[in-house]
Design a protein around this ligand. Structure first.
Ligand code: 5GP
Length: 173
């Protein structure tokens, strides 16, 4: 397996992250936000995004996984849950990529059952073609084709998360 040419360069990603943060700043003006990063994949996107958020915010994390190597298991496991009580709070769930939608749908339902005032979703990448469960994405970075990607937090077998760009991961021919 090899890492192909960058699909999105570090510069393109940073520009998009800034645009998303500006939209969030404008939509949540006057509010207080609980930003929730979904780990591990969203760690880089999440930390870049919150640097540009200007409204008062607290941060929390969920560690969840449904993938083994390049395949989804269809079953979402939670390894670490929120510490904050989100009842009556405005919650922004921040995810690296939405693929089948199973993970985000599961997390969304789980958090909605805790009665937040609002819950929105921000995802850097959307692999729309693969969607099995429909999830509303309020803030979307890029739509991508049905390819497995790595870098900028995204892994293959826990590697390549540190790349500052996003690239397609290909089987060697
Ligand atoms: P879903 O539940 O929407 O099918 O998958 C969401 C999770 O699958 C993401 O948080 C991510 O961990 C993983 N995933 C889906 N597609 C890709 C991909 O192309 N590359 C990587 N590295 N992870 C992916």
């Amino acid at each position: 397996m090899v890492v192909g040419k960058p699909l999105f360069s570090a510069e393109e990603i940073q520009k998009k992250v800034q645009e998303l943060a500006e939209q969030i700043n404008s939509d949540y003006r006057g509010a207080e936000l609980v930003a929730v990063g979904i780990l591990k994949g969203a760690f880089m996107f999440f930390s870049d995004l919150v640097k540009h958020i200007k409204i008062p915010l607290t941060i929390d994390f969920i560690v969840a996984s449904s993938y083994i190597k390049t395949d989804t298991t269809g079953e979402v496991k939670i390894y670490y849950d929120l510490r904050e009580d989100i009842t009556n709070k405005d919650v922004l769930l921040v995810e690296d990529i939405i693929d089948t939608g199973i993970t985000m749908n599961f997390l969304r339902e789980r958090l909605l059952s805790r009665a937040p005032r609002s819950l929105r979703i921000c995802a850097l990448l959307d692999k729309k073609e693969r969607r099995v469960v429909d999830v509303p994405i309020d803030y979307k970075g890029f739509e991508i084709p049905n390819e497995y990607v790595v870098g900028y937090g995204l892994d293959y077998d826990d590697q390549y998360r540190n790349l500052p760009y996003i690239a397609v991961f290909k089987k060697k021919v």
